[in-house]
Design a protein around this ligand. Structure first.
Ligand SMILES: NC(=O)c1ccc[n+]([C@@H]2O[C@H](COP(=O)([O-])OP(=O)(O)OC[C@H]3O[C@@H](n4cnc5c(N)ncnc54)[C@H](OP(=O)(O)O)[C@@H]3O)[C@@H](O)[C@H]2O)c1
Length: 231
């Protein structure tokens, strides 16, 4: 891949931080966002990427983020929509305001920042958008109404953007990881060395971006090969 300009949302830890690290190691320019200042600073120091304190659910923050990409890199070639979290509750006991708030990050924030980046990609006549959904957005589960609903929305939105953006040479890839060992949701049940690591998802994304531009990988699920293995 030629040197490209990445914008990664939620790059202060977990999968986002691994993408920042691998993109920088491959020689790309990277701007990333997050909310936790010490974590942002640590990733920026380690990788040489530019970290911004910006909440993807706040449209003024997204405007500032895209301005920073223009100022520091002259634009964006690859947008990775990674920032998200899970609110979990069973139907009959849901706090719908908490679900609405989560959608502000997982869905509306993702749409808002992409809405601001797409004119830059179109102007360049090419580009990549990587939306991180989840296998939770492929199969329902107890207490997953809100989170799975948001990730199902991301998968549907990705298909709409593919239909709209392929004629502009812009690829939209939706990545659906299974359980990954990060601090996501407090990492409950994920502390098994045979399950996926953030670096595995980052490597998958870098491989998808590295495909010939003629080829589009619309959606990919990523599972651990043998999570049942005795540790
Ligand atoms: N871990 C899993 O098992 C798993 C499985 C499937 C899909 N995913 C998806 O993978 C993506 C990354 O998850 P992860 O496991 O790396 O989680 P994580 O370790 O909790 O990291 C989440 C990142 O998103 C950022 N973030 C959250 N809300 C934000 C907001 N409103 N504005 C800006 N940044 C925000 C966090 O930044 P701050 O802490 O600095 O705010 C953090 O950098 C998410 O889309 C998640 O849904 C995860």
């Amino acid at each position: 891949m030629d040197q490209r300009r990445f914008l990664v949302t939620g790059g202060s830890q977990g999968i986002g931080a691994a993408i920042v690290e691998q993109a920088r190691a491959a020689g790309h320019a990277v701007v990333f966002t997050g909310r936790n200042e010490p974590l942002i600073d640590a990733v920026a120091k380690k990788t040489g990427a530019h970290g911004l304190r910006a909440d993807v659910s706040v449209s003024a923050d997204n405007a500032r983020t895209v301005d920073a990409c223009r100022d520091r890199m002259g634009g964006v070639d690859v947008l990775v929509n990674n920032a998200a979290y899970a609110y979990r509750a069973e139907i009959g006991a849901m706090d719908v305001d908490a679900m609405r708030k989560m959608f502000e990050t997982n869905v509306f924030g993702l749409v808002d920042i992409t809405n601001r980046v797409v004119p830059l990609l179109k102007a360049g006549g090419a580009g990549d958008i990587v939306n991180i959904a989840s296998t939770s957005g492929m199969k329902g589960a107890p207490a997953a109404t809100a989170y799975a609903g948001s990730k199902w929305a991301v998968r549907g939105i990705s298909q709409c953007w593919q239909a709209e953006l392929r004629p502009h040479g812009i690829r939209v890839t939706c990545v659906c990881p299974s359980e990954v060992q990060t601090h996501f949701g407090g990492a409950t049940g994920r502390n098994n060395p045979n399950k996926l690591y953030a670096a595995d998802i980052a490597a998958t994304i870098m491989a998808a971006l590295d495909m010939p531009r003629r080829a589009l990988w619309p959606e990919l699920a990523v599972f651990a090969t043998n999570p049942w293995k005795e540790t």
